[in-house]
Design a binder for this molecule. Structure first.
Ligand SMILES: CC(=O)N[C@H]1[C@@H](OP(=O)(O)OP(=O)(O)OC[C@H]2O[C@@H](n3ccc(=O)[nH]c3=O)[C@H](O)[C@@H]2O)O[C@H](CO)[C@@H](O)[C@@H]1O
Ligand SMILES: C=C(OP(=O)(O)O)C(=O)O
Length: 509
């Protein structure tokens, strides 16, 4: 390591340490080393291994070595048996919808226990670039959002916006704020072509016309156009329903949305809109009736519900490692089909009595997984819009099927590219055959063994690979894991608390 580099890293570590309010002695304590060693490191007088840097990063703040130093990789040593209990965090998808919806309100929105994930960070960056003030209030991840009098729509943080797809949900609220504006094309995971046409079709009823040119959506709004009849969505998509709801919230009349998604994030958005004073009927069904308001200026507090996809990920972690763990705060109403499918495969578990999430609505349970001997299901596993098996939960059945005896057919009719990434499991010893771009056949049981794999550019398949690595004998490396932190908060650290051995590290350039 060059002298210059050592000095630079030393400075970064000192800054991160003081930022966390730690003395050298306290940091030394956390790392099981001496204060004089920390002093030498900070002065750039010490050679550091990547492992040490990763450990220091963890002890102070994982951000310290992100400056100028490459992506985070994970080294996983397995096989692992997990134990203990873990709490499900609030959902990425409600989090991003509510951040967008906060633009409807001229007052202050406080969101409780927001998932502190990269997707949320990107959207906060976009909001900040528009002049919205945001502040994390405490280590519970409560977030305060205060919009400005006038939004700076000509100042959008394009780089942040392009890294998320959720920015498409700015269209619904913004069409009430400006008659002309521009948004960068939505990005996000590479799951193949994902149309935005249903969004345009739904919002046309509110006078929005969008021309897509030069990498941007150029929006023109005719405020005289209001929905004359029910809006019929051509796809029961989640974000399209959310866009239509947000547009309807500031339309001072009644809007009926048919073929609406009734999925978890849509429900959270509806509950938030109700707090804003907007009347929403039909929550949980496919017809939503919204009585909107001329303007909204209230201070509101809302606590989004727990993430069914994170809960499914944790169930899959337990199943693939054959572990008995307790997963707390599972939003059971959004996992019923998944659990019924798992039961058919021989999965054993106990569940607690139901209790209610902080939003006062969503039903939660604690699930304790039990040692199970799994067999392939008789029928194929395929997703459906809620109340079907969640589209984002399907990939987890690949790693579950890999530990079940027999052949399981997974049919992802939804995404052009997502099933393809599941074949990466073969690198760990899985038998996963791609039948066509939408169908994979998984044959188990599998004796996983460690390998080095670059993260697929899609959140759920990336986590599926990570979970298989937990069950793999020996050392695995999962490279470039930004895509995982897009949707999960501290996943590696939290799995380590259950007994996993996952070590984050970075390359030095
Ligand atoms: C931020 C957020 O909330 N993201 C979720 C949302 O994305 P989002 O709402 O953006 O999903 P899309 O609109 O891209 O829909 C996903 C895919 O499903 C297809 N499709 C969808 C519904 C339907 O009835 N028919 C149909 O064909 C679409 O053409 C597309 O190819 O919903 C997806 C599907 O649940 C989830 O994977 C995403 O995690
Ligand atoms: C596909 C997903 O999300 P997004 O819509 O943010 O790409 C997902 O959460 O798996």
């Amino acid at each position: 390591m060059s002298e210059g580099y050592k000095g630079r890293i030393g400075n970064l570590i000192r800054d991160a340490r003081t930022h966390r309010g730690l003395t050298q002695a306290q940091l030394a304590d956390r790392l099981n080393t001496s204060q004089s060693a920390i002093n030498r490191i900070e002065k750039g007088q010490q050679n550091l291994t990547l492992e040490t840097i990763a450990r220091i990063s963890e002890a102070v703040d994982s951000e310290i070595v992100s400056l100028g130093i490459g992506p985070v990789h994970l080294r996983v040593t397995g096989p692992t048996t997990l134990s203990g209990s873990i709490e499900v965090k609030t959902s990425k998808n409600a989090g991003v919808a509510l951040l967008c919806a906060s633009l409807l309100n001229r007052g202050r929105t406080t969101l409780r226990k927001v998932a502190r994930i990269e997707e949320v960070n990107r959207l906060i960056e976009v909001l900040n670039s528009l002049g919205v003030q945001t502040r994390w209030l405490n280590d519970q991840n409560d977030l305060e959002i205060v919009p400005p009098r006038e939004l700076r729509l000509d100042n959008v943080d394009e780089e942040a916006a392009r890294r998320t797809r959720s920015v498409i949900m700015f269209l619904g609220p913004l069409l009430h704020r400006a008659e002309e504006f521009k948004l960068p094309y939505a990005g996000g995971c590479n799951l193949g072509e994902r149309t935005v046409e249903p969004h345009m079709a739904a919002l046309r009823s509110f006078g929005l016309e969008v021309k897509a040119t030069d990498g941007a959506y150029n929006a023109l709004v005719n405020p005289k156009v209001v929905p004359g009849r029910p809006i019929v969505l051509t796809e029961r998509g989640d974000t399209v329903t959310e866009n239509a709801l947000m547009a309807a919230a500031l339309h001072p009349g009644t809007t009926v949305i048919r073929n609406a998604s009734s999925n978890y994030m849509v429900q959270d958005l509806c509950f938030y809109l109700q707090r804003l004073g907007v009347q929403v009927e039909g929550i949980g069904t496919t017809t939503l009736t919204v009585s909107g308001l001329e303007s909204i200026d209230v201070d509101v507090d809302y606590a989004p519900a727990e993430d069914p996809i994170e809960a499914m990920s944790l169930l899959a972690a337990a199943i693939v490692t054959d572990s008995e763990i307790t997963i707390r705060r599972v939003p059971i109403e959004f996992l019923e089909i998944e659990l019924a499918t798992l039961e058919e495969m021989g999965f054993l578990y106990e569940r607690s009595e139901e209790y209610v999430a902080a939003n006062g609505q969503t039903r939660l349970v604690d699930i304790t997984t039990k040692h199970s001997i799994l067999r392939a299901p008789n029928d194929k596993i395929h997703p459906m819009p809620f109340p079907g098996l969640n589209i984002d939960n399907l990939p987890f059945f690949a790693v579950i099927a890999a530990v079940a005896t027999g052949q399981t057919l997974l049919h992802d009719w939804v995404y052009e590219n997502r099933a393809i990434y599941l074949t990466e499991l073969t690198k760990l010893g899985g038998q996963v055959k791609l039948l066509d771009p939408h169908r994979v056949m998984v044959e188990g049981p599998t004796h996983f063994s460690g390998a080095e794999i670059v993260c697929p550019p899609a959140l759920r398949p990336a986590v599926v690979i990570l979970l298989a690595m937990l069950a793999s004998k020996g050392t695995s490396v999962l490279r470039s894991t930004y895509v995982i932190s897009r949707g999960y908060e501290d996943l590696a650290e939290r799995l380590n608390e259950l007994g996993a051995n996952i070590e984050p590290f970075r390359d030095l350039s």
